[in-house]
Design a protein around this ligand. Structure first.
Ligand SMILES: C[S@@+](CC[C@H](N)C(=O)[O-])C[C@H]1O[C@@H](n2cnc3c(N)ncnc32)[C@H](O)[C@@H]1O
Length: 251
């Protein structure tokens, strides 16, 4: 396992992966986002109408567009220049989303206390210095503002996790190893591309947030609804093990 690879290296990979990542995203994102993450994030954010919302790590921008459709006033940042180009290209003019290329670990070009809500969907496990990023989120929120973010569930998705299968390919159980390892690892997306992820324990995430001054209001481990299972029966396996955890915090 390689070490000392920082956010800049991770970003080179996101830039080269951006086109195929975007090709896999429609107006609801991908299936995991449609089934598990979008309903959870919207439910935790509460009403977004006329609220100033930052989408931190917006990727190709599908979630920013959902927010704009719900009448939020949306600013979106991503460190990948390529992702920002794709997001702008995919956004109709009437949405007036402000897109910026920027590193969530240092968003100095955005003034303090600027947002009512910050949402970050599957980004905080992709950057090297999560404490710096959380401090930026805290700085950018108004007092009483809400920070909602989703990550791969760090208790189940680790550098050495995956299904153990029998000789016929049946999934016997989910294996977890290297939970206490904190640092970079590679994860394969599709056939070829590998992105860099930064594993850290649940303790590290929660204690870092509390030290900065956030108040933890709710945690959700999303499960599919019956309606979503009818549309995507393969999500039945999400009752065996959680893919994601979503946090709601208050400044
Ligand atoms: C898994 S994708 C999620 C994108 C989007 N939120 C979504 O749900 O489709 C992770 C995104 O985080 C961005 N990213 C990674 N590190 C970042 C950083 N330090 N600052 C800003 N964006 C970052 C990547 O460029 C990529 O677009």
């Amino acid at each position: 396992m390689k070490k000392n690879i920082d956010t800049e290296e991770a970003m080179i990979r996101w830039d080269s992966f951006a086109e195929s990542y975007a090709a896999n995203h429609s107006d609801q994102g991908d299936a995991h986002k449609e089934v598990l993450l979008n309903p959870t994030l919207f439910s935790l954010m509460g009403t977004v109408e006329h609220k100033k919302v930052l989408d931190a790590g917006c990727g190709e921008g599908y979630f920013s567009r959902l927010l704009a459709k719900s009448d939020a006033i949306v600013t979106a940042v991503d460190y990948s220049q390529k992702m920002i180009e794709l997001a702008k290209h995919r956004t109709p003019d009437e949405f007036s989303i402000k897109y910026y290329q920027g590193n969530c670990e240092d968003l100095h070009f955005l003034v303090d206390s600027r947002f009512d809500i910050i949402v970050s969907n599957m980004v905080m496990q992709d950057l090297e210095n999560v404490e710096k990023a959380f401090r930026e989120m805290y700085r950018l929120l108004v007092d009483g503002g809400t920070f909602v973010f989703s990550i791969l569930h760090p208790c189940f998705v680790t550098p050495e996790s995956g299904w153990v299968k029998d000789d016929y390919g049946n999934k016997l159980h989910w294996k977890v190893d290297q939970y206490f390892y904190e640092g970079v690892y590679e994860q394969r997306f599709g056939d070829e591309e590998k992105v860099l992820l930064f594993h850290r324990t649940l303790t590290t995430y929660i204690n870092t947030l509390l030290t900065i001054g956030f108040r933890l209001e709710k945690i959700t481990e999303p499960k599919p609804t019956q309606a979503m299972l009818k549309k995507y029966p393969s999500f039945e396996e999400d009752f065996r093990c959680a893919d994601f955890v979503v946090f709601k915090l208050k400044k």
